[in-house]
Write a protein that binds this ligand. Structure first.
Ligand code: FAD
Length: 373
Protein backbone atom coordinates (compact mmCIF):
# COMPACT_ATOMS: atom_id res chain seq x y z
CA UNK A 1 0.00 0.00 0.00
CA UNK A 2 1.28 3.49 -0.87
CA UNK A 3 0.67 6.46 1.39
CA UNK A 4 0.20 9.52 -0.86
CA UNK A 5 0.16 12.96 0.73
CA UNK A 6 -1.01 16.05 -1.14
CA UNK A 7 -0.22 19.47 0.30
CA UNK A 8 -2.54 22.33 -0.68
CA UNK A 9 -6.27 22.54 -1.34
CA UNK A 10 -6.18 24.87 -4.35
CA UNK A 11 -6.59 24.09 -8.07
CA UNK A 12 -3.44 21.94 -8.16
CA UNK A 13 -4.05 19.97 -4.96
CA UNK A 14 -7.69 19.08 -5.53
CA UNK A 15 -7.22 18.06 -9.16
CA UNK A 16 -4.23 15.90 -8.18
CA UNK A 17 -6.27 14.29 -5.37
CA UNK A 18 -9.23 13.54 -7.61
CA UNK A 19 -7.12 12.16 -10.44
CA UNK A 20 -5.16 9.93 -8.06
CA UNK A 21 -8.35 8.69 -6.39
CA UNK A 22 -9.58 7.59 -9.83
CA UNK A 23 -6.27 6.13 -11.02
CA UNK A 24 -5.13 4.19 -7.93
CA UNK A 25 -6.53 0.96 -6.51
CA UNK A 26 -8.48 1.43 -3.22
CA UNK A 27 -5.74 -0.08 -1.02
CA UNK A 28 -3.61 3.06 -1.53
CA UNK A 29 -4.23 5.87 0.92
CA UNK A 30 -4.61 9.45 -0.32
CA UNK A 31 -4.56 12.37 2.12
CA UNK A 32 -5.01 16.05 1.31
CA UNK A 33 -3.73 18.65 3.77
CA UNK A 34 -4.76 22.27 3.51
CA UNK A 35 -4.71 25.29 5.75
CA UNK A 36 -8.33 26.04 5.00
CA UNK A 37 -11.19 23.59 4.58
CA UNK A 38 -12.74 25.80 1.86
CA UNK A 39 -11.73 25.84 -1.76
CA UNK A 40 -11.97 29.34 -3.26
CA UNK A 41 -12.25 29.95 -6.99
CA UNK A 42 -9.75 32.84 -7.13
CA UNK A 43 -10.54 34.05 -10.67
CA UNK A 44 -13.95 35.18 -9.34
CA UNK A 45 -12.50 37.43 -6.61
CA UNK A 46 -12.73 40.57 -8.76
CA UNK A 47 -16.44 39.90 -9.24
CA UNK A 48 -16.76 39.31 -5.48
CA UNK A 49 -15.12 42.68 -4.76
CA UNK A 50 -17.53 44.42 -7.12
CA UNK A 51 -20.58 42.74 -5.56
CA UNK A 52 -21.36 40.55 -8.59
CA UNK A 53 -21.37 37.28 -6.62
CA UNK A 54 -21.42 35.95 -3.05
CA UNK A 55 -18.69 33.98 -1.25
CA UNK A 56 -20.91 30.85 -1.30
CA UNK A 57 -21.12 31.05 -5.12
CA UNK A 58 -17.34 30.82 -5.51
CA UNK A 59 -16.26 28.45 -2.75
CA UNK A 60 -17.11 25.04 -1.30
CA UNK A 61 -16.31 22.74 1.59
CA UNK A 62 -13.29 20.57 0.81
CA UNK A 63 -13.70 18.12 3.66
CA UNK A 64 -17.07 16.99 2.31
CA UNK A 65 -15.98 16.98 -1.33
CA UNK A 66 -12.88 14.88 -0.58
CA UNK A 67 -14.82 12.41 1.56
CA UNK A 68 -17.03 11.63 -1.44
CA UNK A 69 -13.88 10.75 -3.37
CA UNK A 70 -12.28 8.55 -0.66
CA UNK A 71 -9.57 11.16 0.01
CA UNK A 72 -8.83 11.84 3.68
CA UNK A 73 -8.84 15.57 4.41
CA UNK A 74 -6.72 17.16 7.14
CA UNK A 75 -7.04 20.83 7.96
CA UNK A 76 -3.61 22.07 8.99
CA UNK A 77 -0.58 24.13 8.03
CA UNK A 78 2.41 22.35 6.49
CA UNK A 79 5.30 24.09 8.19
CA UNK A 80 8.16 21.98 6.83
CA UNK A 81 8.80 19.10 4.48
CA UNK A 82 11.74 16.79 5.19
CA UNK A 83 12.40 15.00 1.88
CA UNK A 84 15.05 12.63 3.30
CA UNK A 85 12.83 11.38 6.16
CA UNK A 86 9.69 11.71 3.99
CA UNK A 87 7.81 13.58 6.69
CA UNK A 88 5.79 16.78 6.84
CA UNK A 89 5.51 18.83 10.02
CA UNK A 90 1.96 20.07 10.58
CA UNK A 91 0.98 22.91 12.87
CA UNK A 92 -2.30 24.44 13.97
CA UNK A 93 -5.17 22.27 12.76
CA UNK A 94 -6.62 18.76 12.98
CA UNK A 95 -3.16 17.23 13.62
CA UNK A 96 -0.04 18.79 15.14
CA UNK A 97 3.27 17.00 14.57
CA UNK A 98 4.97 14.97 11.85
CA UNK A 99 3.13 12.82 9.34
CA UNK A 100 4.87 10.36 7.04
CA UNK A 101 4.42 9.86 3.32
CA UNK A 102 5.68 7.51 0.62
CA UNK A 103 4.80 9.96 -2.16
CA UNK A 104 4.19 13.68 -1.96
CA UNK A 105 2.42 16.17 -4.24
CA UNK A 106 3.47 19.69 -3.29
CA UNK A 107 0.76 22.21 -4.29
CA UNK A 108 1.05 25.00 -1.72
CA UNK A 109 0.78 27.85 -4.24
CA UNK A 110 2.70 31.05 -3.71
CA UNK A 111 3.44 33.28 -0.74
CA UNK A 112 2.55 36.98 -0.86
CA UNK A 113 5.87 38.68 -0.18
CA UNK A 114 4.31 42.02 0.85
CA UNK A 115 7.34 42.76 3.03
CA UNK A 116 9.35 43.43 -0.16
CA UNK A 117 7.43 46.68 -0.73
CA UNK A 118 7.67 49.13 2.14
CA UNK A 119 4.24 50.35 3.27
CA UNK A 120 2.30 47.72 1.27
CA UNK A 121 0.79 46.07 4.33
CA UNK A 122 -0.28 49.40 5.85
CA UNK A 123 -1.65 51.18 2.78
CA UNK A 124 -2.39 48.95 -0.24
CA UNK A 125 -5.44 46.88 -1.02
CA UNK A 126 -5.06 43.58 -2.80
CA UNK A 127 -7.42 40.89 -4.04
CA UNK A 128 -5.68 37.64 -3.24
CA UNK A 129 -8.15 36.19 -0.78
CA UNK A 130 -11.80 36.49 0.17
CA UNK A 131 -11.22 38.89 3.09
CA UNK A 132 -8.88 41.12 1.09
CA UNK A 133 -11.26 41.24 -1.89
CA UNK A 134 -14.18 42.19 0.36
CA UNK A 135 -12.12 44.93 2.02
CA UNK A 136 -11.12 46.31 -1.37
CA UNK A 137 -14.79 46.13 -2.42
CA UNK A 138 -15.69 48.36 0.52
CA UNK A 139 -13.03 50.89 -0.54
CA UNK A 140 -14.46 50.82 -4.09
CA UNK A 141 -17.93 51.55 -2.76
CA UNK A 142 -16.58 54.53 -0.81
CA UNK A 143 -14.54 55.87 -3.76
CA UNK A 144 -16.21 59.00 -5.06
CA UNK A 145 -13.65 60.16 -7.62
CA UNK A 146 -9.98 61.13 -7.81
CA UNK A 147 -7.15 58.90 -8.98
CA UNK A 148 -7.41 55.09 -8.84
CA UNK A 149 -4.12 53.23 -9.22
CA UNK A 150 -4.42 49.54 -10.02
CA UNK A 151 -1.29 47.53 -10.68
CA UNK A 152 1.39 44.95 -10.02
CA UNK A 153 4.51 45.09 -7.91
CA UNK A 154 7.81 43.64 -9.18
CA UNK A 155 7.63 39.84 -8.87
CA UNK A 156 3.80 39.74 -9.06
CA UNK A 157 3.03 37.04 -11.58
CA UNK A 158 -0.65 37.73 -12.24
CA UNK A 159 -1.99 40.37 -14.62
CA UNK A 160 -5.57 39.24 -15.25
CA UNK A 161 -7.14 40.65 -12.04
CA UNK A 162 -5.29 43.94 -12.52
CA UNK A 163 -6.96 44.59 -15.87
CA UNK A 164 -10.31 43.14 -14.76
CA UNK A 165 -10.32 45.45 -11.73
CA UNK A 166 -9.55 48.49 -13.88
CA UNK A 167 -12.39 47.60 -16.28
CA UNK A 168 -14.88 46.84 -13.50
CA UNK A 169 -14.05 50.13 -11.80
CA UNK A 170 -14.34 52.08 -15.05
CA UNK A 171 -17.73 50.54 -15.77
CA UNK A 172 -18.93 51.29 -12.25
CA UNK A 173 -17.86 54.91 -12.43
CA UNK A 174 -19.36 55.29 -15.94
CA UNK A 175 -22.68 53.88 -14.70
CA UNK A 176 -22.77 56.32 -11.77
CA UNK A 177 -21.66 59.24 -13.92
CA UNK A 178 -18.65 59.83 -11.62
CA UNK A 179 -15.46 61.04 -13.22
CA UNK A 180 -12.13 59.65 -12.06
CA UNK A 181 -8.73 58.89 -13.49
CA UNK A 182 -7.69 55.22 -13.62
CA UNK A 183 -4.07 54.20 -14.13
CA UNK A 184 -2.81 50.63 -14.55
CA UNK A 185 0.77 50.36 -13.30
CA UNK A 186 3.16 47.63 -14.51
CA UNK A 187 6.67 47.03 -13.15
CA UNK A 188 8.22 46.52 -16.60
CA UNK A 189 7.47 46.93 -20.31
CA UNK A 190 4.95 44.30 -21.54
CA UNK A 191 7.55 42.76 -23.91
CA UNK A 192 9.69 41.82 -20.90
CA UNK A 193 7.06 39.33 -19.61
CA UNK A 194 6.23 36.01 -21.34
CA UNK A 195 3.02 36.67 -23.28
CA UNK A 196 2.95 40.25 -21.94
CA UNK A 197 3.27 42.06 -25.28
CA UNK A 198 0.45 40.01 -26.86
CA UNK A 199 -1.84 40.66 -23.91
CA UNK A 200 -1.06 44.38 -23.76
CA UNK A 201 -1.74 44.91 -27.46
CA UNK A 202 -4.95 42.81 -27.33
CA UNK A 203 -6.19 44.96 -24.43
CA UNK A 204 -5.19 48.32 -25.89
CA UNK A 205 -8.55 49.11 -27.54
CA UNK A 206 -10.48 48.31 -24.34
CA UNK A 207 -8.14 50.42 -22.20
CA UNK A 208 -8.50 53.31 -24.64
CA UNK A 209 -12.28 53.08 -24.80
CA UNK A 210 -12.51 53.31 -20.97
CA UNK A 211 -9.83 56.08 -20.87
CA UNK A 212 -7.60 53.90 -18.67
CA UNK A 213 -3.96 54.99 -18.70
CA UNK A 214 -1.19 52.39 -18.71
CA UNK A 215 2.00 53.37 -16.87
CA UNK A 216 4.74 50.89 -17.83
CA UNK A 217 8.21 50.42 -16.36
CA UNK A 218 7.14 51.63 -12.90
CA UNK A 219 8.59 49.12 -10.40
CA UNK A 220 6.91 50.02 -7.11
CA UNK A 221 9.34 50.05 -4.18
CA UNK A 222 7.23 51.84 -1.58
CA UNK A 223 3.63 52.70 -0.80
CA UNK A 224 2.86 55.74 1.34
CA UNK A 225 -0.53 56.92 2.59
CA UNK A 226 -1.18 58.81 -0.64
CA UNK A 227 1.38 57.76 -3.30
CA UNK A 228 3.24 54.84 -4.84
CA UNK A 229 6.97 55.36 -5.27
CA UNK A 230 9.12 53.64 -7.90
CA UNK A 231 12.63 52.29 -7.36
CA UNK A 232 14.07 55.38 -9.04
CA UNK A 233 12.05 57.76 -6.86
CA UNK A 234 9.15 58.68 -9.18
CA UNK A 235 5.84 59.18 -7.34
CA UNK A 236 2.24 58.71 -8.42
CA UNK A 237 -0.51 59.92 -6.09
CA UNK A 238 -3.63 57.83 -5.48
CA UNK A 239 -7.04 58.03 -3.81
CA UNK A 240 -7.78 54.33 -4.31
CA UNK A 241 -5.06 51.67 -4.59
CA UNK A 242 -5.14 47.98 -5.48
CA UNK A 243 -1.86 46.18 -6.09
CA UNK A 244 -0.89 42.57 -6.71
CA UNK A 245 2.05 42.09 -4.31
CA UNK A 246 5.33 40.32 -5.12
CA UNK A 247 5.07 36.51 -5.14
CA UNK A 248 7.49 33.94 -3.74
CA UNK A 249 7.35 30.18 -3.40
CA UNK A 250 5.72 28.80 -0.23
CA UNK A 251 8.23 28.29 2.58
CA UNK A 252 7.73 24.59 3.53
CA UNK A 253 10.62 23.48 1.29
CA UNK A 254 12.98 26.31 2.32
CA UNK A 255 16.56 25.13 3.03
CA UNK A 256 16.08 21.78 1.29
CA UNK A 257 17.96 22.88 -1.84
CA UNK A 258 14.93 21.91 -3.95
CA UNK A 259 13.87 25.47 -4.76
CA UNK A 260 15.25 28.35 -6.81
CA UNK A 261 16.23 31.71 -5.30
CA UNK A 262 12.57 32.84 -5.21
CA UNK A 263 11.46 29.70 -3.39
CA UNK A 264 9.79 28.02 -6.39
CA UNK A 265 10.26 24.25 -6.70
CA UNK A 266 12.41 22.88 -9.53
CA UNK A 267 10.60 20.18 -11.48
CA UNK A 268 11.04 18.38 -14.79
CA UNK A 269 8.35 18.20 -17.46
CA UNK A 270 6.80 15.13 -15.79
CA UNK A 271 6.29 17.38 -12.71
CA UNK A 272 8.75 15.35 -10.60
CA UNK A 273 10.75 17.46 -8.18
CA UNK A 274 14.39 17.52 -9.23
CA UNK A 275 16.67 16.06 -6.57
CA UNK A 276 13.97 14.36 -4.45
CA UNK A 277 12.51 10.85 -4.42
CA UNK A 278 8.77 10.28 -4.73
CA UNK A 279 7.95 13.98 -4.83
CA UNK A 280 5.95 15.95 -7.41
CA UNK A 281 5.07 19.65 -7.42
CA UNK A 282 2.37 21.54 -9.29
CA UNK A 283 0.78 24.96 -9.68
CA UNK A 284 1.97 28.37 -8.55
CA UNK A 285 4.60 26.62 -6.40
CA UNK A 286 6.77 25.52 -9.37
CA UNK A 287 9.56 27.44 -11.06
CA UNK A 288 8.26 27.70 -14.62
CA UNK A 289 8.47 31.12 -16.26
CA UNK A 290 5.61 33.50 -16.94
CA UNK A 291 2.31 34.13 -15.23
CA UNK A 292 1.00 31.88 -12.45
CA UNK A 293 -2.41 30.65 -13.56
CA UNK A 294 -5.10 28.23 -12.46
CA UNK A 295 -5.33 26.41 -15.77
CA UNK A 296 -1.58 25.69 -15.58
CA UNK A 297 -2.02 24.29 -12.06
CA UNK A 298 -4.83 22.02 -13.28
CA UNK A 299 -2.85 20.68 -16.25
CA UNK A 300 0.27 20.17 -14.12
CA UNK A 301 -1.80 18.30 -11.52
CA UNK A 302 -3.19 16.00 -14.22
CA UNK A 303 0.33 15.28 -15.46
CA UNK A 304 1.69 14.73 -11.93
CA UNK A 305 -1.18 12.40 -10.99
CA UNK A 306 -0.78 10.31 -14.11
CA UNK A 307 2.98 9.94 -13.60
CA UNK A 308 2.71 9.32 -9.86
CA UNK A 309 0.14 6.57 -10.44
CA UNK A 310 2.52 5.06 -13.02
CA UNK A 311 5.43 5.24 -10.56
CA UNK A 312 3.42 3.48 -7.83
CA UNK A 313 2.43 0.77 -10.30
CA UNK A 314 6.02 0.35 -11.56
CA UNK A 315 5.48 1.92 -14.99
CA UNK A 316 7.54 4.64 -16.68
CA UNK A 317 6.18 8.22 -16.63
CA UNK A 318 4.29 8.93 -19.86
CA UNK A 319 2.65 12.33 -19.34
CA UNK A 320 4.51 15.54 -20.18
CA UNK A 321 3.52 19.08 -19.35
CA UNK A 322 3.53 21.80 -22.05
CA UNK A 323 3.70 25.35 -20.78
CA UNK A 324 0.93 27.49 -22.31
CA UNK A 325 -1.01 30.60 -21.40
CA UNK A 326 -4.79 30.38 -21.85
CA UNK A 327 -6.54 33.32 -20.27
CA UNK A 328 -9.59 35.53 -20.49
CA UNK A 329 -9.58 39.15 -19.33
CA UNK A 330 -13.24 39.96 -18.72
CA UNK A 331 -13.89 43.58 -19.71
CA UNK A 332 -17.57 43.12 -18.87
CA UNK A 333 -18.67 43.41 -22.51
CA UNK A 334 -17.61 43.13 -26.14
CA UNK A 335 -13.96 44.06 -25.50
CA UNK A 336 -13.31 40.92 -23.43
CA UNK A 337 -10.03 39.31 -24.55
CA UNK A 338 -9.00 35.67 -24.90
CA UNK A 339 -5.32 34.81 -25.32
CA UNK A 340 -3.76 31.43 -25.92
CA UNK A 341 -0.01 31.15 -26.38
CA UNK A 342 2.60 28.38 -26.20
CA UNK A 343 5.46 29.46 -23.97
CA UNK A 344 7.92 26.67 -24.78
CA UNK A 345 7.33 26.42 -28.52
CA UNK A 346 7.27 28.86 -31.39
CA UNK A 347 3.87 29.64 -32.91
CA UNK A 348 0.59 28.44 -31.47
CA UNK A 349 -0.83 31.87 -30.66
CA UNK A 350 -4.55 32.73 -30.76
CA UNK A 351 -6.30 35.93 -29.73
CA UNK A 352 -10.05 36.47 -29.57
CA UNK A 353 -12.27 39.41 -28.68
CA UNK A 354 -15.94 39.46 -27.74
CA UNK A 355 -18.64 39.02 -25.12
CA UNK A 356 -18.54 35.25 -25.66
CA UNK A 357 -15.27 34.93 -23.73
CA UNK A 358 -16.75 36.56 -20.62
CA UNK A 359 -19.65 34.10 -20.67
CA UNK A 360 -17.23 31.23 -21.26
CA UNK A 361 -15.14 32.28 -18.25
CA UNK A 362 -18.13 32.51 -15.92
CA UNK A 363 -19.46 29.23 -17.32
CA UNK A 364 -16.12 27.60 -16.55
CA UNK A 365 -16.39 28.75 -12.93
CA UNK A 366 -19.79 27.05 -12.57
CA UNK A 367 -18.55 23.93 -14.35
CA UNK A 368 -15.49 23.70 -12.06
CA UNK A 369 -17.64 23.98 -8.94
CA UNK A 370 -20.15 21.41 -10.21
CA UNK A 371 -17.41 18.94 -11.14
CA UNK A 372 -15.33 19.20 -7.99
CA UNK A 373 -17.59 20.10 -5.05
C1 FAD B 1 -7.81 37.58 -8.04
C2 FAD B 1 -7.26 36.44 -8.85
C3 FAD B 1 -7.66 36.26 -10.16
C4 FAD B 1 -7.15 35.21 -10.93
N1 FAD B 1 -7.59 35.05 -12.20
C5 FAD B 1 -7.18 33.96 -12.90
C6 FAD B 1 -7.72 33.71 -14.19
O1 FAD B 1 -8.54 34.46 -14.70
N2 FAD B 1 -7.30 32.60 -14.85
C7 FAD B 1 -6.39 31.73 -14.30
O2 FAD B 1 -6.05 30.71 -14.94
N3 FAD B 1 -5.85 31.97 -13.09
C8 FAD B 1 -6.22 33.05 -12.37
N4 FAD B 1 -5.71 33.28 -11.14
C9 FAD B 1 -4.58 32.46 -10.67
C10 FAD B 1 -5.02 31.15 -10.05
O3 FAD B 1 -6.01 31.37 -9.08
C11 FAD B 1 -3.79 30.47 -9.44
O4 FAD B 1 -2.83 30.30 -10.43
C12 FAD B 1 -4.18 29.14 -8.85
O5 FAD B 1 -5.00 29.35 -7.73
C13 FAD B 1 -2.95 28.32 -8.47
O6 FAD B 1 -3.37 27.10 -7.94
P1 FAD B 1 -2.46 26.35 -6.87
O7 FAD B 1 -3.23 25.11 -6.50
O8 FAD B 1 -1.09 26.21 -7.37
O9 FAD B 1 -2.37 27.34 -5.64
P2 FAD B 1 -3.51 27.92 -4.73
O10 FAD B 1 -4.79 28.01 -5.46
O11 FAD B 1 -2.92 29.16 -4.15
O12 FAD B 1 -3.68 26.84 -3.60
C14 FAD B 1 -2.75 26.65 -2.58
C15 FAD B 1 -3.45 25.94 -1.44
O13 FAD B 1 -2.50 25.62 -0.44
C16 FAD B 1 -2.98 26.06 0.83
N5 FAD B 1 -1.79 26.38 1.61
C17 FAD B 1 -0.88 27.35 1.38
N6 FAD B 1 0.12 27.26 2.25
C18 FAD B 1 -0.17 26.21 3.05
C19 FAD B 1 0.51 25.58 4.13
N7 FAD B 1 1.70 26.03 4.56
N8 FAD B 1 -0.06 24.50 4.68
C20 FAD B 1 -1.24 24.02 4.26
N9 FAD B 1 -1.92 24.57 3.23
C21 FAD B 1 -1.39 25.65 2.64
C22 FAD B 1 -3.85 27.26 0.53
O14 FAD B 1 -4.77 27.49 1.58
C23 FAD B 1 -4.53 26.78 -0.77
O15 FAD B 1 -5.61 25.94 -0.47
C24 FAD B 1 -6.20 34.32 -10.36
C25 FAD B 1 -5.79 34.50 -9.03
C26 FAD B 1 -6.32 35.54 -8.28
C27 FAD B 1 -5.86 35.72 -6.86
Amino acid sequence: MANVLILGGGFGGIVAAERLAKALAPEHQITLVSRSSRFVFYPALVRLAFGKCEVEDISYDLREAMLDRRVRFIEGTAARVDPSERTVTLTGGDIVGDIKYDYLVYALGRRLATEQVRGFFEHAHHLLGVGAAQKFGEAVRNFRGGHAVIGSCPGARLEVPVYETAFALARRLEARGDSARITVVSPEYPGERPGGADLASALQPALASHHIEHLKDFPIAEVTGDAVVSRDGREVGYDLLMLVPPFEGASALASTGLTDEEGYVRVDHTMRVLGAQGMYAVGDAVYFSGPKMGHMAVRQAEVAAENLAAEIEGRAPAAHYKHEIALVVDEGGKDTVYLHKNLWEEGGKAIGHGRFWGWAKRGHEKYFKAQHS
